[in-house]
Design a protein. Structure first.
Length: 383
C-alpha cells in the first residue's frame, strides 16, 4: 500500500512547498538512528494537513509487535497510547506513516531505527514452576543474578494477579532477593498468575532486565504440619482437621532444629547428605537419604531415617537439626516418612515449636511467614 501511495504522489509538491513527497512527515527517532536509548521520545508529526495512518512495529528475535498508539484529535501528531512508553532495547523499529494535505493529496514515509543493546543484563530465578499445584504457604520468590538498586522499578515490573482476588505484596531481602505473598495463607483453589515484565527495566545503572514471561500456578488443598520438638511428634492437618500424629526425632541438644514456619521448597525421592556442606565437617555422609523434603536454604530437611533405631522416633532428638521420620533403606510408602512424602506438595507449611533454637530467619528458604503483615509490607519498595 505504501509503495502504491508513494508512486501516486509522483513529483507533486506536498503541503505547498518544494520538498520531496513525504518529507514533511516528521518522525522521531530519525531514520537510520542507532543505539537509541529506552527513554527517547517516539512520535510522528505533520506541520499541515493531517495524519491518516501510522503503524509502528518493534522487531525483536524475528517477533513483530505493533506499538499501540493514537493520532491526536487535530490529526497533526501520533504518539504511543501509553504516555510512559519506553522503547524496547536490543530491537529494531519500523515506522510507516500516511498523511493527507488540504487538497486531498496523500504522501507516505517509512523509517527504521535500532535501539541500544545493553552490555549488562540481569535475570531473576524464581519459583514455583509454571502450571504447578502448590500448597497454601507458597511464596513467590525471585533471586536476581545481579544486585538491584532500582528496587521500585523492578518490583513494579512483576505483576501478580489472583482469582479470587487477594492483595499480594513484595518484600525485599537485600539487593538480590524479592519475595511475594498475601497477608495469610492462600485459599485452596486460588489461581495465581505471575507476569514478569523485566525486559529492558533498569535494575541498576546501566544494567537492564532480559525477561518477559507469564507463569500460572494453582493452590491445592490445605495441609499444615506442626512439629513439637519437646514432645517428639508431628501433627498433620488437612483443611484444619487432624489427619495423623507422626513420631519424629528432631535436632539433638547441641544441634537443635529451628523454630518457626518453614515452607517445603523441594521434594527428593532420595538424596545425599554430607556434613561438609552445612558446617558439620565429616560427622556424616549418607548417600541415600530417602524421602527428603527441603525446608530451609541452609540445609534443614524433613526426611526418612533408616540408620537409627526405630525406638528413637517419638522419644529422642538425635539429628543435626533436621526432622527425621522412621523409614527403611531404599524408602517405602508404608513407613511414616513415605506416607508423609506422598501427601506433601511444594508450598506446604511445616511449623516447629518447643525447640531450644531461635526462630528461622524469614529469608532462610521460604520463611517469610515468620514476619507479621505490617513488617512484611514495610519491606516493599512501592510503599
Amino acid at each position: 500500500m505504501l509503495a502504491v501511495l508513494t508512486g501516486c504522489t509522483g513529483t507533486t509538491p506536498f503541503f505547498g512547498d518544494d520538498r520531496a513527497p513525504g518529507d514533511a512527515i516528521r518522525i522521531v527517532p530519525e531514520d537510520g538512528a542507532e543505539n537509541v536509548g529506552a527513554g527517547t521520545r517516539l512520535g510522528v508529526t505533520v506541520p499541515d494537513g493531517r495524519l491518516e495512518r501510522v503503524k509502528v512495529t518493534r522487531i525483536e528475535d524475528a517477533e513483530h509487535q505493533e506499538v499501540p498508539g493514537r493520532i491526536a484529535q487535530d490529526g497533526r501528531s501520533w504518539a504511543p497510547r501509553d504516555s510512559g512508553y519506553r522503547l524496547g532495547l536490543a530491537g529494531r523499529y519500523t515506522v510507516e506513516a500516511v498523511a493527507v494535505d488540504g487538497d486531498g493529496h496523500r504522501s507516505a514515509r517509512s523509517t527504521t531505527f535500532t535501539t541500544l543493546v545493553p552490555k549488562d543484563r540481569f535475570i531473576g530465578y524464581f519459583k514455583p514452576e509454571n502450571r504447578s499445584t502448590v500448597g497454601t504457604g507458597m511464596i513467590v520468590s525471585f533471586d536476581f543474578n545481579r544486585p538491584v538498586t532500582k528496587r521500585a522499578a523492578v518490583e513494579k515490573a512483576i505483576r501478580i494477579t489472583t482469582e479470587p482476588e487477594v492483595e499480594v505484596v513484595g518484600h525485599w531481602f537485600g539487593a538480590d532477593r524479592l519475595d511475594f505473598r498475601p497477608a495469610t495463607y492462600w485459599e485452596p483453589g486460588t489461581e495465581v498468575t505471575v507476569e514478569v515484565g523485566l525486559r529492558d527495566v533498569e535494575g541498576a545503572p546501566g544494567v537492564y532486565g532480559s525477561q518477559r514471561k507469564k507463569v500460572t500456578f494453582r493452590v491445592g488443598r490445605s495441609q499444615t504440619s506442626l512439629v513439637d520438638a519437646r514432645a517428639h511428634t508431628m501433627e498433620v492437618r488437612r483443611d484444619g482437621e487432624l489427619v495423623s500424629t507422626v513420631p519424629i526425632s528432631a535436632g539433638a541438644e547441641k544441634r537443635t532444629t529451628y523454630n518457626g514456619k518453614m515452607v517445603v521448597s523441594e521434594l527428593h525421592e532420595v538424596t545425599r547428605m554430607n556434613g561438609d556442606t552445612v558446617g558439620f565437617g565429616g560427622e556424616y555422609d549418607i548417600k541415600d537419604v530417602p524421602h527428603a523434603i527441603r525446608l530451609t536454604r541452609s540445609g534443614t530437611f524433613l526426611h526418612g531415617n533408616y540408620w537409627e533405631s526405630p525406638d528413637i522416633f517419638g522419644s529422642e532428638n538425635t539429628s543435626h537439626g533436621c526432622i527425621g521420620l522412621r523409614d527403611v533403606k531404599g524408602g517405602s510408602s508404608d513407613t511414616p516418612a513415605g506416607w508423609f512424602f506422598e501427601r506433601t506438595l511444594v508450598g506446604d507449611v511445616v511449623e516447629v515449636v518447643n525447640s531450644a533454637d531461635r526462630t528461622v530467619a524469614p529469608d532462610n528458604g521460604l520463611g517469610g511467614w515468620n514476619l507479621d503483615w505490617p513488617r512484611w509490607k514495610a519491606g516493599s519498595a512501592l510503599r
